[in-house]
Design a protein. Structure first.
Length: 626
RNA sequence: GCCAGCGUAGCUCAGUGGCAGAGCAGCUGAUUCGUAAUCAGCAGGUCAAGGGUUCAAGUCCCUUCGCUGGCUCCA
């Protein structure tokens, strides 16, 4: 968000012995940076410092505003529900939440009354007062107040002094900073209630969380609420049904997708695209079986590290694991003959369908399912080829994301608790990933402990048309599995050496990527992806034959066409084709029949008279070069 | 898996313990029409499933299943 303060926003000042609030007259300034540290406006300066105002329109200011709104919400909740024990209430990327321990959960009616109470608190414009006290005093205070969660938090704080913030009747343990007074809150809304574990640990008690958001102005809040509405309209589950792409059924089971003809077409287009893409880049297409013997999963470490996500089946007294990943077959393909350093790198690509037992509560449309198809590949290479291979995968991701119109961010996930391999291997692997990103000049965040059990990974979060982030592509570096399966290649020295293995997906999974594409394009796929590219529609029965001829010519040129010669008015047919978000309509009546033309209407409603050949070449040229 | 809410026709949704409803979609017929809905008729239901309370349950209670929003987990 832009810092839109005009008068004194960027100015650095130097003062002595003055409260910061006297320096800034702009009512949007809610805090200040003193020598780079953000503090309350009520702070008094002693000595010359560099001071910069923080506006509630800035990212940092907005965070403070939201955090303060969370405190106001906690005050309201305590006033209305004295039995609710406050725990923590931070700002988030999109708003804030506060978690309470309470026997009876909040209802949506409760939200309305909490909101009303908050309005009162804001109207009374109570100041936020900061107090620094010794930790023992704070422990005593919160013990007296019967707030065990605050005491627990205090016990984890190492400092001797802690800060408390009080506004009105509510005092919270808090590092701050906060807005000067509650009246600074101009636009907020409570959004939902949810359960959340204390300290995010599923073994702990479940608390009651209230989500809300706040903005510097009513307009910005309204814009955000519109964004939420827009997201709902783009929901792939809704569009998936309306556009007849896929279905799910209680009779089949949760998290299992059935592709309807139009979704089947979309999937097949994506899969053809992927095959061409990979063949052109030195990958070999392979296929592995859906079930593999239990013994293999023991060797790989899946039995010890991934068991709760796997399905098993027993045939003829032999245990089989239904594959949750495609790597094992690819490893066996590598091991199927002696490899020379001259053969490397070897890149095996598989549109591999895997099955994972995901917890029932996490399933979500196409985005989180129990059986899905990955555009998976495993690259076996020499250690000194590793960086180049990672770089060329990043280049591929870059190219593909640009093609679909996605921007993206990258992060590196490091060693999780449950994992295999030595620390040295993990460090080597993690450094290789970092180095590749640095060579590419890409910035990345570190996601501690979030790697796969066999190696660290680069996660790519793509950003869709309305700014939401989705995890699809991932690149994982693995020294462990080659060792566990005793993979080797013969080097120039005639000796056996251990290859390194990269696991990677580009789209991630066909299911999730389709879900993201549906929301990204709001169902209006670009022509090359559209399951139906043209609907040929006749004005009356007299033009059915001509319409049929047009449709047939398109079909002969591999155009995905539907023919609509129903006994309906043209307005009705146009309406339906628009609802199905078909890129082109070819409308034919007496005029077109006489001239051997079509009237071509595109999705924007633009119309022109043209020929079938022109339409065919337009559609053909929409297919991207890869 | 956990917390909360929800589950009525293919879809969207009314139905406040007393006869199971509407619009759209579907089917049949009429209409032959130039760019977001032509008219009429017909058909469509184990009210998620099972149990209970009641003279009477879509409605109240319990259990199970599923979905939605979160939490934890994840492509």
């Amino acid at each position: 968000m832009e810092n839109k303060n005009s008068v004194n926003s960027r100015k650095l000042v130097s003062v002595k012995g003055k409260a910061l609030k006297d320096l800034f007259t702009d009512p949007d300034v809610i805090a200040a940076k003193v020598d780079g540290r953000i503090v309350d406006l009520s702070t008094s300066l002693n000595g010359g410092k560099e001071v910069e105002p923080v506006s509630m329109h800035s990212k940092e200011g907005l965070e403070i505003l939201r955090h303060s709104t969370a405190h106001v919400m906690a005050e309201a909740v305590k006033a209305l529900f004295p039995d609710a024990r406050p725990t923590i209430g931070p700002a988030t990327d999109e708003g804030f939440y506060y978690d309470f321990d309470r026997d009876t959960p909040f209802s949506s009616e409760d939200l309305a009354s909490i909101e009303k109470k908050m309005q009162d608190i804001i109207a009374s414009d109570k100041p936020f007062i900061r107090k620094e006290i010794p930790k023992e005093d704070a422990v005593r205070y919160f013990t007296d107040q019967h707030e065990p969660y605050k005491v627990e938090i205090l016990n984890d704080i190492e400092d001797d002094t802690v800060s408390l913030y009080t506004q009105g009747d509510f005092t919270d343990l808090c590092r701050g900073p906060h807005i000067p007074s509650t009246g600074y809150i101009k636009a907020f809304k409570l959004l939902s209630v949810a359960g959340a574990y204390w300290r995010g640990d599923e073994h702990n008690k479940m608390l009651q969380r209230i989500y809300g958001t706040a903005f510097a102005s009513k307009e910005e809040l309204d814009k955000y609420l519109e964004f939420l509405e827009e997201s709902k309209k783009r929901d792939h589950r809704k569009l998936g049904r309306e556009l007849e792409l896929f279905m799910m059924s209680d009779e089949v089971g949760p998290g299992l997708i059935i592709y309807l003809p139009k979704g089947g077409m979309l999937r097949s287009i994506l899969e053809d695209f992927e095959k061409r893409l990979h063949l052109k880049r030195g990958y070999d297409i392979v296929y592995g079986p859906g079930i593999l013997k239990g013994e293999l999963w023991k060797i790989s470490g899946h039995m010890d590290n991934y068991r709760e996500n796997m399905y098993f089946t027993e045939v003829d007294n032999q245990l089989y694991g239904i594959k949750p990943m495609n790597c094992l077959s690819h490893i066996l393909i590598y091991r199927s003959k002696i490899r020379s350093y001259r053969d490397l790198p070897l890149r095996y690509f598989e549109l591999g369908t895997v099955t994972r037992h995901e917890k029932s509560g996490v399933l979500h449309g196409l985005l989180r399912v129990r059986q899905f198809t990955q555009d998976d590949a495993h690259i076996f290479c020499m250690p000194d080829q590793l960086i180049d291979e990672i770089i060329s995968i990043i280049n591929l991701v870059d190219e593909v994301m640009a093609l679909f119109g996605f921007d993206y961010e990258t992060e590196i996930s490091t060693r999780p608790e449950k994992s295999i391999g030595t620390d040295e291997e993990w460090e080597l692997a993690t450094n290789a990933l970092k180095q590749a990103l640095e060579v590419k000049g890409l910035e990345y965040d570190i996601n501690e402990g979030d790697g796969a059990f066999y190696g660290p990974k680069i996660d790519i979060k793509l950003k869709d048309a309305i700014g939401r982030k989705w995890q699809c592509a991932t690149i994982q570096c693995d020294f462990s599995l080659p060792q566990r399966f005793d993979l080797s290649y013969i080097g120039p020295d005639g000796q056996k050496h251990r290859p390194v293995m990269l696991h990677r997906v580009i789209l991630g999974t066909i299911e999730r990527f389709m879900g993201v594409l549906i929301e990204h394009y709001a169902g209006a796929f670009p022509t090359w992806l559209a399951p139906v590219q043209v609907v040929v529609m006749s004005i009356t029965e007299a033009h059915s034959g001509y319409a049929g001829d047009i449709a047939q010519r398109l079909e002969e040129d591999d155009i995905r066409v539907e023919l609509d010669t129903r006994n309906e008015k043209i307005g009705y047919k146009v309406r339906e084709a628009r609802a199905m978000k078909v890129p082109y309509m070819a409308i034919v009546g007496q005029r077109e029949m006489d001239e051997n033309t079509i009237t071509l209407r595109d999705r924007s409603g633009k119309q022109e008279k043209t020929t079938v050949d022109d339409l065919i070449s337009r559609i053909k040229s929409s297919v991207p070069e890869i």
